[in-house]
Design a protein around this ligand. Sequence first.
Ligand SMILES: N[C@@H](CCC(=O)N[C@@H](CS)C(=O)NCC(=O)O)C(=O)O
Length: 210
Amino acid sequence: MKLYMVPLAPNPTKVMLYIAEREALGTSFGIEQIVVNTLKGRHREPEHLARNPFGTLPVLELDDGSYLIESLAIMEYLEERFPNGSLMGTDALERARARDLERVVELRIAMPMGGYVHAKKSPLGLPPDPVLAQSIEDKLQLPLNHLESMLADGRPLLMGERPSIADCTLQAALQFLRFIQADLIGDRPRLRAWDERYRERPAAKAVLKW
Ligand SMILES: N[C@@H](CCC(=O)N[C@@H](CS)C(=O)NCC(=O)O)C(=O)O
């Protein structure tokens, strides 16, 4: 299999973290990772559009030459195909809870944070929009408070002792913020401790560049 990706971008990074966490737990996926340089517009070229008509990353090329083009579907496919060392848990409820939290993180935190980065200091050169940035920052407070409350029971990672897809998605979003020297964790000591703890993990050290 091949993963088409680009470092820094949140959606590819979450899958790269997922792969690195699983490999650290002993799974050998044998996935070749290939950079598609979005800064040079390579994701809009016919070669990449043939893989994914929407031009986004990540894309997983399967052994039969077909593609998966959504980050969550890629992680779930790897979960189902290589169940030992799962990052989603083993029974129906554990898996639903992992998916539940990953969706909260993705939809209420990671996607808005991506919008925030582009509104503040877009790596793609989009014009700054301070009003939009402030409105996104305001809306992020509730979901960030939710994570801070969850961590009150002392769990080291978002789902407990083991890493989960939610950790991968959140850390990928925070790396994007760090790239523009932004910090929206605020006065949330447990979330800040989680961030520092997660970034010490071998998988994080191998994948994160910022
Ligand atoms: N829902 C998709 C979103 C993928 C996505 O938007 N990827 C971004 C990078 S984080 C991208 O490729 N952006 C380039 C573009 O849209 O032109 C997923 O979860 O994989």
